[in-house]
Ligand binder design. Structure first.
Ligand code: AQP
Length: 332
């Protein structure tokens, strides 16, 4: 009997992976492989809720596999796969759509944000996105879902859907818990620190990308928005830009906020921003180099995601069969 608990998480290939994707998600995944059964997905079906260029979407999905591995996820110890390769995601999503309420979906902050950003394309998929995300999680009977703060609401809705289903049909789904990192749970844009750093942000200066060159990273930090004060102090309410930079510095170096405040007493924001930039450059350098190497070996990457899809399908099919049986679909 397998005593290990299960983890599922995913990232959309809707843009190049950012420092937010890394600190809010992937970095934490790496530490969990020994303790849990882990499923890490490239959620390309979620990505098409916003229009994507097909060639870019395809390229990014494969590049994302390479970046997951370069960040330290060993494909032997983690099931790494592409969502569209495992049809059970779409199949369970339809079932869960029928157990998710219109009112619940209407309350989702991400739907409201993305509808405002894509006013000309408020499609049904954008609205039912959380039911597909619930399917992703529940298919693997995940106990924990490592996500950034912004995705907590979706995991809570997943719990409500699972509870509703289990109440009718018995214990079909494991109740998942969100697992939010202490540092890096919400990395904000460097240019508009009131907004989350997002890979589809139209302002590239606000984002740091995992594969960005050191000189570009340093330039973005140099231009990062701070305030008219001159003190490095953690105060997310009144000093959003500086506090965000401190969060990034803390995540990159392991230093506490107090240690960071002491380090920069009497120094200007220029020194502070340079130190943050340099720490991030050093953290990302091995990831970029390893990714570049992996991208030269396409056959290996294909073998990783095919093997991942096979292992994922094995678990997913088991859950889907149980669900179909419970709701009354005849067996094939
Ligand atoms: N800025 C962030 N800070 C902390 N965590 C973050 N995550 C994303 N951005 C930050 C976490 O990364 C995981 C993957 O998220 P996703 O790509 O599936 O969806 P998202 O949250 O919509 O990410 P983006 O970058 O904002 O994508 P777009 O621009 O396409 O909408 C999640 O665990 C998320 O919390």
């Amino acid at each position: 009997m397998d005593e290990k608990k299960t983890i599922f998480s995913g990232i959309q290939p809707s843009g190049e992976l950012t420092l937010g994707s890394y600190l809010g998600a992937i970095k934490n995944w790496v530490e969990l492989a020994d303790t849990y059964n882990t499923y890490y997905c490239i959620v390309d079906m979620h990505a098409i809720t916003v229009r994507q260029d097909p060639a870019q979407l395809r390229r990014r999905a494969v590049s994302q596999i390479a970046q997951y591995i370069a960040c330290g996820l060993d494909p032997k110890d983690n099931v790494i796969f592409i969502q569209s390769h495992v049809p059970e995601h779409a199949q369970l999503a339809w079932v869960l759509d029928c157990y998710t309420m219109f009112g619940e979906l209407s309350r989702m902050t991400q739907f409201k944000d993305k509808s405002a950003k894509n006013a000309d394309n408020i499609n049904a998929g954008l609205f039912t996105y959380p039911a597909l995300m619930a399917a992703d999680i529940l298919l693997y009977q995940a106990d924990l879902v490592p996500v950034g703060e912004d995705q907590k609401q979706h995991v809570e809705l997943t719990r409500d859907i699972a509870h509703r289903f289990n109440t009718i049909y018995g214990d079909v789904f494991t109740m998942p818990e969100p697992f939010i990192p202490k540092t890096g749970a919400r990395i904000m844009s460097l240019t508009t620190p009131e907004n989350k750093m997002s890979k589809s942000d139209k302002d590239p200066g606000g984002c740091i990308y995992l594969l960005e060159k050191p000189e570009d990273i340093l330039r973005s930090f140099k231009r990062a928005v701070t305030d008219s004060d001159t003190v490095v102090r953690f105060d997310p309410e009144n000093k959003k830009g500086v506090s965000n930079l401190m969060t990034i510095y803390s995540a990159a170096t392991g230093k506490t906020m107090e240690e960071i405040e002491n380090e920069f007493v009497g120094k200007g924001y220029g020194d502070f921003k340079l130190a943050v930039g340099e720490a991030v450059v050093e953290q990302l350098r091995p990831i970029r180099e390893k990714t570049e190497d992996l991208l030269k070996n396409k056959d290996y990457l294909v073998s990783v995601y095919r093997d991942g899809a096979e292992r994922a399908s094995h678990a997913a099919y088991k859950t889907l069969r149980k669900v179909y049986k419970k709701i009354g679909f005849p067996e094939k």
